[in-house]
Design a protein around this ligand. Structure first.
Ligand code: FMN
Length: 169
């Protein structure tokens, strides 16, 4: 299965967890990584819509990987969806490009799992499930690395190993 990881982090230079996850992902087979801020900075206007659409067309599974910022996704990931998931390509009577592909969210949080009781992480990110459903994608369960501010090296290693396993499925 070909996987495309759309990664976004506003402060990637300071990232520990997502950096480790991306490094683990690089070791998996059939994975293409798009680091949005490395490619386009913080400027949504620079997003190469046609190039990104081509990469999605070649993939079976799309992963949106990012840290949770204020119970939401970083701005460049939102801008990517707004621009790349165009009418006539992603939706509308002629828009079928995403149909049948898998969509999965891979998130990291500062707060521990206990903090996500009400609303749950699934409830918070319902809009992205809706994006997947609306465009005919199969939405896979959200993966979350909780409590990243105090994560131990061994827990981080486990999370990275599990990510590699997921990507090799
Ligand atoms: C502006 C900002 C907003 C944040 N909002 C949240 C939040 O709503 N919930 C949460 O659990 N953590 C929040 N965090 C913590 C980040 O999610 C956490 O630092 C990140 O997932 C760690 O991954 P990294 O090591 O790749 O940066 C926030 C951090 C920043 C800088």
């Amino acid at each position: 299965m070909k996987t495309l990881i759309i990664f976004s982090h506003t402060w990637f230079a300071q990232s520990k967890v997502n950096r480790a996850l991306l490094e683990a992902a690089q070791d998996a087979d059939n994975v293409t990584i798009r680091n949005l801020e490395e490619l386009y900075g913080q400027n949504p206007e620079k997003i190469d819509v046609k190039a990104e659409q081509k990469l999605i067309e070649a993939a079976d599974r799309i992963i949106f990987q990012c840290p949770v910022f204020w119970f939401s996704i970083p701005p460049m990931l939102k801008a990517y969806i707004d621009r790349v998931f165009e009418h006539g390509w992603a939706y509308g009577s002629q828009g079928h490009a995403l149909e049948g592909k898998i969509l999965q969210l891979v998130l990291s949080t500062g707060s521990p799992q206990e903090s996500y009781q009400q609303p749950t992480i699934g409830e918070l990110f319902l809009p992205l499930t809706a994006v997947g459903n609306y465009t005919g994608m199969e939405v896979a369960p959200i993966r979350v690395a909780y409590g990243c501010l105090t994560i131990s090296d061994s827990d981080l290693q486990k999370i990275c190993d599990n990510y590699k396993k997921l990507l090799n499925e």
